[in-house]
Design a protein around this ligand. Structure first.
Ligand code: PGA
Length: 255
């Protein structure tokens, strides 16, 4: 695991975008695992800028980490305007680059049978040959994707009930430009499991801001435990890059 501490969120986002762009150039048909959240927004903006300078996503395949149950969509249908992570990804990234819609994968939170959707998602990842690089944030509960405390570190894509902390943190993102209230938040999601994430060929984890300091230290230096699912990064066998700004790194023992 390679941990780099940058001076600012901007620098973290630039370095993350450089890391992803290097793979896109080296392997134009790479399979990218993507994340939603406030943290990766600037990374996506930086990748959009690189695309405007010629970075080609036309053969890139993507798999997002998670989606709210009751939201999301079958991506072969016309784009919907709900408050889903599908919409977030479309508005903040996909519509600005030359990715093919058929190459985009996000769990469908509106599937008739969410359990079957979890299995289908795992099959799709396998069929695509696995994920070359998985981008990850970390939630204040220590979660990777929506793998809340107590989720086994060998879990597969599953239905996950969200903690109150996560609902508090995510409602601005969920109600993204809609002004709706926290009480309206969906409480369940479909998320890749920790075990699914650990099968990627490489990981890129980013965290910024002081509010992530204690959980980042717990993940990187505390006990490896299902109580902090991001601590599973230390079980990962392949290359793992961690990019932190000074705030997120401020509680680490080793700086
Ligand atoms: P955030 O979410 O980027 O909005 O802080 C991170 C996460 O939940 O993984």
């Amino acid at each position: 695991m390679n941990i780099t501490i940058k001076r600012s969120k901007r620098e973290v986002s630039r370095a993350a975008a450089d890391h992803i762009a290097a793979l896109v150039r080296k392997k134009p048909d790479a399979v990218l695992g993507l994340a939603t959240g406030f943290t990766p927004l600037e990374t996506y903006r930086e990748l959009i800028r690189k695309h405007s300078e010629g970075l080609d996503f036309s053969h890139i395949v993507t798999f997002n980490l998670d989606e709210y149950i009751g939201y999301g969509m079958d991506l072969s249908l016309p784009y919907s305007k709900d408050q889903s992570y599908a919409r977030f990804m479309h508005e903040e990234f996909f519509r600005h680059i030359n990715i093919h819609r058929s190459n985009i994968h996000i769990p469908n939170g509106q599937a008739d049978d969410p359990e079957e959707e979890c299995l289908r998602y795992e099959r799709r990842i396998r069929k695509a040959g696995g994920i070359d690089l998985q981008l990850l944030g970390i939630g204040r509960t220590g979660h990777w994707a929506f793998n809340e405390p107590g989720t086994p570190l060998d879990s597969r894509t599953h239905i996950q009930t969200l903690s109150e902390t996560t609902l508090d943190d995510n409602h601005r993102l969920f109600f993204y430009k809609s002004g709706l209230e926290r009480e309206m938040m969906p409480k369940r999601s479909i998320t890749m499991g920790v075990g699914t994430i650990l099968e990627a060929r490489s990981l890129l984890m980013i965290a910024t801001g002081k509010r992530k300091a204690s959980v980042t230290a717990a993940a990187l230096e505390g006990e490896i435990s299902s109580l902090v699912t991001a601590s599973a990064i230390r079980l990962f066998k392949g290359p793992a890059t961690v990019l932190l700004d000074r705030g997120a790194a401020s509680a680490l023992q080793k700086q």
